[in-house]
Design a protein around this ligand. Structure first.
Ligand code: ATP
Ligand code: PRP
Ligand code: NIO
Length: 488
């Protein structure tokens, strides 16, 4: 491998501007001021009604190991950074506090998924990596969840590694896909590292290698107990299915004839015909597996045509998030310590009201109706508010404020957990199966209108009155400042 330097740390997995800002903070002596950043997206992906948060495990791994290695510092020196600044970087590790949603939490636009409170330079330097991790994994977990919702109780396998955007994406994308609801993966490394069930059939190459379909199936059956035969290399109904049946009949109990895989053609028609052929031969328990550019739309369509497909293999369209390749999450400064040691809220103004940030330290609560255990919406409140102690809360739309309602009989569930406290990891990372189960349970709390795949209703994500007033105060302060400058 020809690397210019040893690839021994992820600290430079950041944009150059983060290092340049850190240098400014350090030279000005403000690098250790306490700063709070929030990571959130504005719009849900795929036109879905919710997203599935994923990426925390890798964020934890990254922050725990955050250090500039000797080779990082050597390279930065080559880029022209001075010795004293490099000495400062040499001593850095992540000493901040992190609150985050747990993986598998359902998340909506405008809600902080992760909150980083750390010395300004540290919080700044980790932005790019955090966004890189969460943007991708949340996107894939959400896509997987959409696919799983379309499939229902049947099994879905992840087949995408060959089409993923390089190896990291295949590995962590597989993990995210499992969180979103898939049952197994063809990626053996992901299975090994994350404890995901490994599954697979065989490729067309096997049939081509033996140049004869019957021989290929027979050889496979002689070397494996569990057999799924790929039947479309030459002609699915005239050759593939008859050869699979012939081998299964010949080997009898010596193999476990699980079924066949269809990978081309009209899969509604072929699956119905193949089902009849298998049933007529007495193989009524065999399964029909389908793959070939499938996604939630083709799956629903095939189901509506009465396709006799039992198991689904999904590759390209899941692992590449084919119909929406980026989530667009951002990382924004919401509060910073001033020269007197007092925290001051910060805001980013925009002509587009949806893009104006919400200042201050906040918490996100899911407001669960205690009568029906369904969610009334999410409630973003300032850090010092305690919605659970209130009789009723007023929820109103953060942009269209005239849309409002009062909620009583509720339980406000804080969606964040403490992950790091002053650099120390205080959160126990859950097992991946627990995370997957969490998604299922969380979905139970949503009314169907937010869960449907096509044109779901907008889920309410509302600000508390205090949070809203604080935002308005910040906007007016900035407007006054801008007006003063304009007047000279
Ligand atoms: N009955 C069906 N209804 C809707 N979509 C289907 C149906 N059967 C298959 N499809 C989908 O249609 C697309 C067909 O792909 P494509 O046009 O590449 O043909 P193909 O069957 O893969 O042909 P080949 O691999 O032989 O070139 C795939 O995305 C597949 O999932
Ligand atoms: O269609 P996807 O959703 O991306 O699922 C993965 C695809 O990868 C394989 O095809 P490929 O042509 O790479 O190899 P093969 O010879 O095994 O069919 C497999 O047969 C699927 O069609
Ligand atoms: O096991 C399979 O059938 C498989 C694995 C990867 C890609 N396509 C199919």
């Amino acid at each position: 491998m020809h690397y210019n330097y040893e690839d021994d740390s992820l600290a430079l997995h950041t944009d150059l501007y983060q290092i340049n800002m850190a240098k400014t903070y350090w030279e000005d002596g403000v690098h250790n001021r306490n700063a709070v950043f929030e990571l959130f997206f504005r719009r849900l992906p795929f036109g879905n009604g919710y997203a599935v948060f994923a990426g925390l495990e890798r964020v934890v791994q990254y922050l725990e190991n955050f250090r500039f290695s000797d080779s990082d510092l050597k390279f930065l020196k080559e880029l022209g950074y001075e010795e004293e600044f490099l000495n400062y970087l040499k001593g850095l590790s992540f000493t901040g506090s992190v609150r985050s949603m747990e993986e598998g939490e359902l998340v909506f636009g405008g809600e902080p998924m992760i909150r980083v409170e750390a010395p300004l330079a540290e919080a700044q330097l980790v932005e790019t990596a955090l966004l890189n991790i969460v943007n991708f994994q949340t996107l894939i977990a959400t896509k997987a969840c959409r696919i799983k919702q379309a499939v229902g109780d049947q099994i879905v396998m992840e087949f995408g590694s060959r089409r993923a955007h390089e190896m990291d994406a295949a590995l962590w994308g597989t993990r995210a896909a499992f969180i979103g609801g898939l049952e197994a993966t063809s990626n053996v490394r992901a299975a090994k590292l994350f404890g995901i069930p490994a599954a697979g059939t065989h490729a067309h190459a096997l049939v081509q290698a033996y140049r004869d379909e019957y021989t290929a199936f027979l050889k496979y059956a002689q070397s494996h107990r569990d057999c799924v035969f790929l039947v479309d290399t030459y002609d699915t109904l005239k050759s593939g299915v008859p050869n699979a049946i012939r081998v299964a009949q010949e080997l009898g109990d010596k193999i476990n004839f699980i079924g066949i895989r269809l990978d081309s053609g009209d899969m509604a028609y072929l699956s119905k015909k193949a089902r009849k052929m298998l049933d007529d031969a007495g193989f009524t328990k065999t399964r029909i597996i389908a793959s070939n550019d499938l996604d939630e739309d083709t799956i629903m369509n095939l189901k509506s045509q009465g396709a006799r497909i039992d198991t689904w293999g999904i590759g390209t369209k899941l692992i590449t998030a084919y119909d929406q390749p980026a989530l667009g999450a951002v990382y924004k400064l919401v509060s910073i310590e001033d020269g007197e040691g007092v925290m001051q809220d910060t805001i980013k103004i925009s002509g587009n009201p949806e893009k104006v940030t919400t200042p201050g330290l906040k918490r996100v609560y899911r407001i669960i109706n205690t009568n029906n255990h369904k969610s009334e919406g999410d409630y973003i409140a300032l850090e010092d508010e305690h919605p659970n102690e209130e009789e009723r809360i007023k929820m109103f739309h953060p942009v269209h404020t005239y849309i409002s309602k009062f909620v009583t009989d509720f339980e406000a569930r804080d969606l964040h957990q403490d992950i790091f406290s002053n650099g120390k990891l205080i959160y126990e990372l859950p097992d991946i199966r627990e995370i997957q189960a969490k998604v299922k349970n969380n979905l139970e709390e949503l009314w169907d209108e937010y869960r449907r795949k096509l044109n779901p209703e907008d889920y309410p994500v509302d600000l508390s009155e205090k949070c809203w007033d604080n935002k308005m105060r910040n906007i007016h302060e900035i407007k006054e400042k801008v007006e003063k400058i304009r007047r000279g």
